[in-house]
Design a binder for this molecule. Sequence first.
Ligand code: BGC
Length: 349
Amino acid sequence: MRALTVIPGQADSLSVRDVPDPAPGSGELLVEGLALGICGTDREIASAEYGWAPPGQEHLVLGHESLGRVREAPEGSGFAEGDLVVAVVRRPDPEPCGACARGRFDMCRNGGYTEHGIKQLDGFGSERWSVETDYAIRLDPSLERTGVLLEPTSVVAKAWEQVDLVGGRSWFEPRRVLVTGAGPIGLLAALIGAQRGLDVHVLDRVTDGPKPSLVADLGATYHSEPVSDVAEQLKPDVVIEATGAGQVVADALTATRGYGVTCLTGVSSAGRTLRFDAGAANREIVLENDVIVGSVNASVAHYRDAADVLRDADPAWLERLITRRLPLDRASEAFGPADHDIKTVIDLR
Ligand code: BGC
């Protein structure tokens, strides 16, 4: 079967190659790949900045934003042929830390976790793949075209849970959220904010293309002025930062009103410095009981929450997040720039 592979650490090594068919073990599903979402992490792996092949292998099958259809399911597993499924990305450390041992591999403490398509486990960018039933999430059949958004939605569902947990240390009834960045993560964070009935604001530097109307169609407000100006005017209770861009992150740290929660979700590259008034930021965070929390990855419960979020969303709105669909043999185009791109998806059929 064909698969999208890369040699981690080697630039320009992305290729569609023949690889052996999966051989599902007992307790595993055999899945026909339908679609694969491409994100910044995949682009980093393709440009040799991140990623690890499975031990003893040169190539890594790329892809962690999966969507497939069950072809074979173990008897009594609760799954049946034809089910729409997404695979959970991360697996616990084989010698589990306390968090991994309790099913919270998304909070792994020793970095010994593995991740499909990213870290030491082949991904889901192939015509067929297998997954343990415990790590397969069944989706509503209506999500056949957009269920590939589940993995990024799970990341955002976790981010919102972190906001709730941090806010819950005292009285917390947030009303207004500012999301910085209108890429897939930012827009999905805004979707959850809208589903929660919050006053949602999204900031992005672009002023044209599909982003402003996607935000407006959530009943939210779009901004493209500097973060500090927008924050000053809005005084949000919650900020979800989804750009990972240095200046935006720095401004987001002090963008909330008192007792605010800023959740950082963007993975930035290191090496660029900027001027930052640490004293002023510290003073504001301390005097306002603000919290800055980082959030990555998602546990099984977050995937299930995310499946409900997608099921309840307007299917036409979700469809508009997917701005490009490419066949597997043109997958390399997904790694280059495209005007007004939000989410590029590779069609695996
Ligand atoms: C994925 C996460 C993963 C992270 C770090 C992100 O793109 O969505 O599941 O934990 O990269 O590898």
